[in-house]
Design a protein. Structure first.
Ligand SMILES: *[C@@H]1O[C@H](CO)[C@@H](O)[C@H](O)[C@H]1NC(C)=O
Length: 148
């Protein structure tokens, strides 16, 4: 009885730390520190806008596509080309486990996003960015946030 209670409590703690939805400004700060502002010419607003439309800032967001591949994390990075899903060795261009792209620590996701930008030449990879963010005034996205 007692052990079950403790286990249930641990279960709650684990699940509550696993799913994290960042606030816009917290994300702006993390992105800025990671050098995303103007990375490959894309201002901070592009990144915040893209993450919003791709994942709603939810680090654990996962979407299974029709072809069976899965989009992972805050940037919805796809398993077919960019990360390693379980034992299946696919292209894995980012040399990272897909599970590393759905943690609170955004380091791996950011490194992978930078790689996508370089390899695909721009942010066109993110279709929701194209639809909702490209070519717009994105200064509002970092408004009120303490970023330089
Ligand atoms: C974040 O994404 C996970 C996985 O899709 C989902 O279970 C969770 O409810 C989402 N959190 C929020 C606050 O939307």
């Amino acid at each position: 009885m007692k052990a079950a209670g403790v286990l249930a409590l641990i279960g709650c703690l684990v699940t509550s730390t696993e799913s994290k939805v960042y606030t816009r400004c917290k994300l702006a700060k993390i992105f800025s520190r990671a050098g995303l502002d103007n990375y490959a010419g894309f201002s901070l607003g592009n990144w915040i806008c893209m993450a919003y439309y791709e994942s709603g800032y939810n680090t654990t967001a996962q979407t299974t596509l029709d072809d069976g591949s899965v989009d992972y994390g805050i940037f919805q990075i796809n398993s077919f080309t960019w990360c390693r899903y379980e034992k299946v060795q696919e292209k894995n261009h980012c040399h990272v486990a897909c599970s590393a792209l759905i943690t609170d620590d955004l380091t791996d996701a950011i490194i992978c996003a930078k790689k996508i930008i370089k390899e695909t030449q721009g942010m066109n990879y993110w279709q929701r960015w194209k639809k909702h963010c490209e070519g717009r005034d994105l200064s509002e996205w970092k408004k009120g946030c303490e970023v330089s």
